[in-house]
Design a protein around this ligand. Sequence first.
Ligand SMILES: Nc1ncnc2c1ncn2[C@@H]1O[C@H](COP(=O)(O)OP(=O)(O)OP(=O)(O)O)[C@@H](O)[C@H]1O
Ligand SMILES: [Mg+2]
Length: 273
Amino acid sequence: MSNNNIISISNLSAGYFVNGKYFDAVKNINLSIKEGEVFSIVGQSGSGKSTLVLAIMGLLSIDNGKISTGLVKFYDKDILSIIDKIRGKDISIVLQDPNSYLNPVIKAGHQVFEALEIHNPNLTKDEIYNTVKETFKKVKLDDFERIYNSYPHQLSGGQKQRILIAMAIINNPKVLIADEPTSGLDVHVQKQILELFLELKQQLNLTLIIITHNILIAKKYADTVAVMLNGEIVENKNADDLFFNPEHEYTKIILGHIKLSNFNNIIKGKNVN
Ligand SMILES: Nc1ncnc2c1ncn2[C@@H]1O[C@H](COP(=O)(O)OP(=O)(O)OP(=O)(O)O)[C@@H](O)[C@H]1O
Ligand SMILES: [Mg+2]
């Protein structure tokens, strides 16, 4: 891990329009992510994890959302001014639900092919095809011909995730964001996919951002952890520090240090002892 911040977020608020009315789903977020680290964002369902990474990726407008205030920087540049050029290239995301992201009527391999082609119009079809083949190996998809020629619905959940990961890494990104990449997979496959991310991080020198509702995943894999609650970051520090020395009541609860019965009061913002 270096001391350079690859992503810095200051005073970021972002949210959605529902029935014409805007609300902030994430509020006043400040954090920095160091080049080469594994950064985990932890929080329960609805806490704003996906909204935060969609804001980083400049993808909120697709979902009727927007950044209302604040700034996201990629190194020293305002990310929104460059995101259309770097998305899928320098910074990639593997989204929560592969079914909503993969095109059901295009063969899986061809979707990986297109992910490379779009950023490299000068490569020949053969060069692209060969790189797709190498990338299948990197994400441990065997049986290349068959998987390449399968439509998404002909693949298992784990295979679809690997296709998404192949699409995300084929342009050698610097940052890879994994948004709950294992929800919906059985525990064994979940572990394989997470270990694949870690292996790729080493191989490709990535900065890896893992979004999860499971603090044990963060504990096992992350260097730095940010805990989200109701759209805000309530604690953000070095992982060992967080686990041995949690300060916020909510962090203590999800670590099992204090009683779960206090949980409802804390998520409603009440003080508990
Ligand atoms: N497209 C949308 N339009 C309106 N509101 C949305 C939209 N997407 C999310 N929200 C709302 O924003 C808040 C944060 O949602 P978000 O999806 O960021 O949470 P999350 O932490 O990723 O949850 P999960 O763990 O279930 O994926 C929630 O209150 C949710 O209802
Ligand atoms: Mg989410």
